[in-house]
Design a protein around this ligand. Structure first.
Ligand code: FMN
Length: 401
């Protein structure tokens, strides 16, 4: 037996000498990305991403609500190829998936929003830039993620002139869809952040100093990067999260939404825990789509899981308006469930943020790859080969146990 035979028997694999790539390659689920993110981020930053409001009942409920569904596959259906392509609000997408808006993304990794948008562009899926982003509307449009299907999430501010200015900037910079978030008349109470003494921008507390010792790589990168700032508000100079969230207007009403509709030339989506009656009202005002969300359990605790709103909202607004859903997506099977219940696409927040923390741009790509690969396999095992078929046959494919 020569050395080649031995090698063949042992199937020796040369280990990848790039540690970051090796660690990412070892992540085979979104949960693995979360665990790697936890190892790499300071505790307070991990908790900012991971945590929910108050007792985190909504946060846990969101995930559990997807998992209560059981599939009823059909067999012998020739699933040799499964096509994930679909259309979301009139534009072709590589999969029925999108990256939801998240504030302060550069705190997770200084490459921030442009890296997330670039990963979205690679997967051919929409990316929603947050009002609370650490990259400006204009900078994102010019950067490596500029080619993504770019949407902008708007909060309506007490200062209506600032609100109108943001809408105009989004239109001028080529954002295709405006999502008005209506789940934040006031800021939710994030218990973990309060306990951790977490502030934006981060303050140098005793705990933060301990963190510097345990996560030196994170702090080296952060301290070498430009200062974090809310790039879309405060005249570009940013401000503390307290001073910014103080600008959320708790007196916003439907008439404000009408005014947004009157000035925004593109597609308009309402994002929040929207029930059937409110969804109908939004449609009457000329909204193009409903993004069902409880902010990933970060605003009103104990809200109904958004996935449970899909079927009643679909029944109320009919077959054609777009329904998007997020909050609790951790697996491609969750996306299949959302579509089978009547949604057009599912969005995720934490999955890509954990990916970003775990491996930067490559980690976000990995999160999208995991979710789409899982979705494709789920469809094939269900006996389904296209998104229209999944949506059409959805009611027969699901069984609530
Ligand atoms: C760290 C973090 C920051 C967020 N910031 C915003 C925001 O600025 N605007 C917004 O509309 N939603 C925000 N969200 C909510 C997301 O858009 C999305 O609704 C939520 O993450 C979906 O739940 P999931 O994390 O379980 O996927 C944020 C979520 C997280 C985790």
């Amino acid at each position: 037996m020569n050395i080649d035979d031995v090698r063949g028997l042992l199937q020796l694999k040369v280990p990848d000498l790039d540690g970051a790539r090796r660690r990412l390659a070892a992540c085979v689920t979104i949960g693995d990305l979360r665990r790697l993110a936890r190892r790499r981020l300071p505790r307070s930053v991990f908790d900012y991403v991971d945590g929910g409001a108050d007792e985190e009942i909504a946060l846990r409920g969101n995930v559990a609500a997807f998992r209560k569904w059981r599939f009823r596959p059909s067999v012998l259906a020739d699933v040799a190829s499964a096509d994930l392509r679909t259309s979301v609000l009139g534009r072709e997408a590589g999969a029925p998936l999108g990256f939801a808006p998240t504030g302060y993304t550069r705190m997770v990794d200084p490459i921030g929003e442009p890296a997330v948008a670039a990963a979205a562009a690679r997967a051919g899926i929409p990316y929603v830039l947050s009002t609370m982003a650490t990259t400006s509307l204009e900078e994102l449009a010019r950067g490596p993620g500029g080619g993504a299907d770019r949407w902008f999430q708007l909060y309506i501010w007490k200062d209506r002139a600032l609100t109108r200015e943001m809408i105009a900037r989004a239109a001028e910079s080529g954002y295709r869809v405006l999502e008005v978030a209506v789940d934040t008349p006031v800021s939710g109470y994030r218990t973990r952040d309060v306990r951790n003494g977490f502030t934006v921008p981060p303050s140098v507390t005793f705990g933060a100093l301990l963190d510097i010792g345990s996560r030196p790589r994170y702090w080296r990168r952060m301290l070498g990067a430009p200062a974090l700032r809310f790039a879309n508000v405060g005249g570009g100079s940013g401000g503390s999260i307290a001073s910014i969230t103080d600008q959320f207007d708790p007196s916003v009403t439907w008439s404000d939404l009408s005014q947004v509709r009157a000035v925004w030339p593109g597609k308009l989506v309402l994002k929040g825990p929207i029930g059937p009656a409110d969804a109908v009202r939004a449609m009457d005002l000329g909204v193009d789509g409903i993004h069902l969300s409880n902010h990933g359990g970060r605003q009103l605790d104990r809200t109904v899981p958004p996935i449970d709103l899909v079927a009643p909202v679909r029944a109320a607004i009919g077959a054609s308006p777009t329904i998007l859903v997020d909050s609790g997506i951790r697996h491609g099977a969750d996306i299949a469930t959302a579509l089978a219940l009547g949604a057009d696409a599912a969005f995720t927040g934490r999955a890509y943020l954990w990916g970003l923390a775990a491996g930067g741009h490559a980690g976000v790509v990995k999160a999208a790859d995991l979710l789409t690969t899982q979705l494709r396999r789920t469809m094939q095992l269900l006996g389904v080969t296209s998104i229209p078929q999944l949506r059409r046959e959805g009611p027969d494919l699901l069984d609530a146990s």
